[in-house]
Every structure is written in C-alpha cells, then in structure tokens.
Design a protein around this ligand. Structure first.
Ligand code: PBG
Ligand code: ZN
Length: 330
C-alpha cells in the first residue's frame, strides 16, 4: 500500500519549505556580547574565542555602529577593569569601564539598546560573583552584602546610560533589591533582565578568559544552579517574576533546551537564552578544522533555541548569523 500522507509534498522546493517553516530566526532576536577594556585602540582577540575581542571604548563604539547597522537591536556589555579589589570598585564606580562604554555607545548610537551585565566577578581579585566573608568562614560568598554592591552597580550603570540591567550573579533577592534601588534613583522605567536560571557550567570556560574572571579558588556551585535540576529553574523564575523581573534568562542554552521550554511554558515574560562561550568555541574549533559547516551549524543551533521557546538569544555568533541570514536563502 502506498502512503496517503506524504509530508514530503511540502518539502519539494525552497519556496514551499519557506511557506511552512514554523520558526524563523531574525536579527531582532539577537543580542551581541561585548567586552570592554581600558585603553585606546585596543582590540585583543580572545584566544579561546576566535572572532571575539576585548575592545577599548573607542573600538566598542565602532563595533556598536556595525551591530546596529546589521539590524541587531542590542548589545550586552561586560567590563575588564584596570584594577580589581574586594569591594569590586570597578563595578559600581561612575568611571567604571562598563559605565564609560555605555555612555559612549549611547552617545554614538542612541537607538541601540545597551544592556549592562551586573555582577562582581570581573571586578574582584578572587573572581567570585559576590562579596566574601573575611571572618571564620573565610572565602564564603555572602549574599546580602553582595546585594548592597549590586544596587550601587545597577544605579551607576543606569546613570551612565544603560537601557537594561542584567544581574548575573545568582544572589538571592537580587531582583527585588535592584528594582528598589533603580526606582529610588528615578529609573523606574529601566527594565531588569534577570539571569534567572543560570547553571554552574563547564561551558563558561572561554568567557572567563575573555572577562578575566575565573574564580581563584573553588567554584560557583553555592550560587549557580546544579545542572541536574530543571524543576528548580521554575522556582528560580517564579521568584524573579515575583521580585519584578521584566525578562528572564536561561543559561547556558544548548544543554538546557528543556529548561528553555519549561520556562517559556511557565511565563508570559520574554525569555532569553544565552548561547555561551563554550558553545561558541566548540563550533569555532570544529569549523576551523573543517569538521563542520559553521554557517549551517550556527543557524541551525540558533533557530533551535527559538524553537525551544527563546524569544531572544545572546550569542557571539550574532553578527555572522545576520550576515548569513541576509544572503539569498535557498
Ligand atoms: C558571571 C558570568 C558568566 C558568564 C557571564 N557572566 C559565567 C561565569 O563565569 O560563571 C558566562 C558567559 C559565557 O560563557 O559566554 N557572572
Ligand atoms: Zn559573576
């Protein structure tokens, strides 16, 4: 008996396939991460992330123009300060590197959305995302003292022009605290993109080279989530929604597609997926060896995040992806 149902009928040519494609990736879905460093005319490639650079503010501005011209609506800024200290001064100082970059980008490209990553790990000598206990429990990351520093960081970033505040340190109560601080400073219209479900992941390795933020001892398992847990991600996002988050993030993306899906089902807020450094580096390494087709794999992966429920994707592939999307597609 020949089949009656023939799904292949709708796959016969490119136009038919285009008509029935359910999920379509587009430049509006993408957020491009940038790493700001002190200095002038600095563009230092991150060894483990080919095509990704630490950039001085002047170069960040050039990059921001290019990103905007490609139709990508937003960047997220990370900073590598000149000096690191236990109070993470570089994170919250009005002359901090992210503050300078945010101001310069907003001046040059006012319509580009500038997201500021709000955390302490790049700014402390120990590389942890919080303030450390100095007494008996030396080395422990203290939650509530960290919140005080995050408040100052978020307000100074908003003051510098950041459009969206993105706290990434996984401290309990960080959304409430930052919301309140922003409101008190007159930034009640500044949204919070919370890194709500952020896992303690091996996929962050290359980022820590880029941001020079590897913990000098221990790991982040007392604050980032256990990769074995998905139901707990729903608890985390429910807390963040209750605390006033405007957008939620799942991070990493590739190993956590099920979490993206669950989070999307559990909320009406926009969901962002962070296609992290290790995911990028794996693709780049294989592509440079000629083992995979970088364009095909990248567009397939990014489309899959969207299919899994992501409304937005933070990705180092953003510029390449848009260029590929703009090619005549067949
Ligand atoms: C830490 C932070 C991390 C990333 C961004 N901010 C993870 C970490 O070091 O634990 C990872 C981003 C990436 O891997 O691309 N607040
Ligand atoms: Zn951090």
């Amino acid at each position: 008996m020949f089949p009656i149902h023939r799904p292949r009928r709708l796959r016969q040519n490119a136009s038919l396939r285009r008509m029935v494609q359910e999920t379509v990736l587009n430049a509006n879905d993408l957020i491009y991460p940038l790493f700001a460093v002190p200095g002038d005319a600095v563009a230092k490639e991150v060894v483990s992330m080919p095509g990704v650079y630490q950039l001085s503010v002047d170069k960040i501005v050039e990059e921001a123009k290019e990103v905007y011209d490609l139709g990508i609506p937003a960047i997220i800024l990370f900073g590598i300060p000149k000096d690191k200290d236990n109070d993470a001064t570089g994170a919250w100082h009005d002359c901090g590197i992210v503050q300078k970059a945010a101001t310069a980008v907003k001046e040059a490209v006012p319509d580009l959305v500038v997201i500021a990553d709000t955390c302490l790990c790049e700014y402390t000598p120990h590389g942890h995302c919080g303030y450390l206990e100095t007494g008996d429990l030396v080395g422990r990351v203290l939650n509530d003292p960290t919140l005080e520093l995050l408040k100052k960081t978020a307000v100074s970033q908003a003051n510098a022009g950041a459009d969206i505040i993105a706290p990434s340190g996984m401290m309990d109560g960080f959304v409430t605290t930052i919301r309140q601080a922003l409101d008190e400073a007159g930034f009640e219209n500044t949204p919070i993109l919370s890194y709500a479900a952020k896992y303690s992941s091996g996929y962050y390795g290359p980022f820590r080279d880029a941001a020079e933020s590897s913990p000098s001892y221990g790991d982040r398992r007392t604050y980032q989530m256990n990769p074995g847990n998905a139901i707990e991600a729903i608890k985390e996002i429910e807390l963040d929604i209750a605390e006033g988050a405007d957008m939620l993030m799942v991070k990493p993306a590739l190993s956590y597609m099920d979490v993206i899906w669950r989070v999307k089902q559990a909320t009406n807020l926009p969901v962002a997926a962070y296609n992290v450094s290790g995911e990028y580096s794996m693709v780049k390494a294989a592509a440079l060896n000629g083992w995979i087709d970088e364009k095909k794999v990248t567009l397939e992966t990014l489309t899959s995040f969207k299919r899994a429920g992501a409304d937005l994707i933070l990705t180092y592939h953003a510029k390449d992806a848009v260029r590929w999307l703009n090619e005549v597609s067949v």
